[in-house]
Design a protein around this ligand. Sequence first.
Ligand SMILES: [Zn+2]
Length: 400
Amino acid sequence: MRQVLLDARLLPDPRTPDLILDDAALAWRDGVIEFAGPRSALRAAPDDVITRCERDLLLPALIDCHTHAVWAGDRIDEFAERQRGASYADIARRGGGILATVRATRAASEAQLIEAALPRVKALIAGGVATIEIKSGYGLDFASETKMLRVARALGQLTGARVVTTLLALHALPPEFEGRRGAYVRAVATEWLPLLLDQGLVDQVDVFIESIGFSVEEARVLFRAAERLGCPIKAHAEQLTLTGASALAAEFRALSVDHVEYLDALGVRALADAGTIAVLLPSAFFALKETQLPPIAALRAAGVPLAVATDLNPGTGPQRSLTAALNQACVLFGLRADEALLGATLNAARALGVHELSEGLQVGTPADVARFSIARWEELCYWQSGVSARAIYCRGRLIG
Ligand SMILES: [Zn+2]
């Protein structure tokens, strides 16, 4: 049968958000769009199943291209400690921070991790998201990283959302490798990555390149291995300091570099030349009360495509609404609403290498569609608390 949405306002291409078709129709079969245009041009088919949209706005479903949505335990006490004046470093010294989440995640079963993560993923979907990137990085041993990636795949099956998985074993040094950094990096690059790719659990690889994470040279070891294996790469780069991570990532034609608050002119040039997307994570910036703003004007001037994501994670990103993150990107980073919308749709698709979603709603593309009861598309960026979708379809299937 063919699904048909009628009486809609259609925003098919976020590159031209003001070109909205009034009295539009959208139709798909087997999850692939067959018609997108004025209702008057739609020819009825005998197997049409019709939904009337009451003049709601239809647009490409949103894409959250950077999350750490799978974890066990919580960091709520840490939040309270920080409110009482403790620094992130104080908390880490007392055994908190990422390593607290690692202990809890290692101890949790797959079922427990699914139970914990499912409401987070459903919250993202309720806000109009149909594609979600989920990273590992709280396991930090082979079995626990495998477990996290299996949970990410299961969340895709359970919710119907498209889940893109990322191996982030180089997130923090696991305690058992204290003093043996090189051995850990080599194990991830030469043993874990090929095995996990073989099992179909990894779509791309990521590294936390930072003074408190891994060095540019350590990241290079992993990127070389990923390149040999044909695995796309991305990096947490220039979040807290300038490390040169973006230039390294660009050298390897990374899909994206994420955070980029401390990015310099050289890094901007490197991203532009490589066609790498800069992913902005304003909710982490907000949570850490950072003051160093990403160089938006320079990125714009160089033509680097911008994306926006939630960075959903237990420590620095308790953000379950992508449209709330769009609001923060506009308010905190000075993005225009059209840039934010593009950053949560077509550019986010490019940041994940999901190229079939990088051209908008067209005949022949997947029916990943969000339906919002809003008068103007700018409301997606305007409301501080985010906006709920009235319906959300992934590959033509209603998922929320
Ligand atoms: Zn992150």
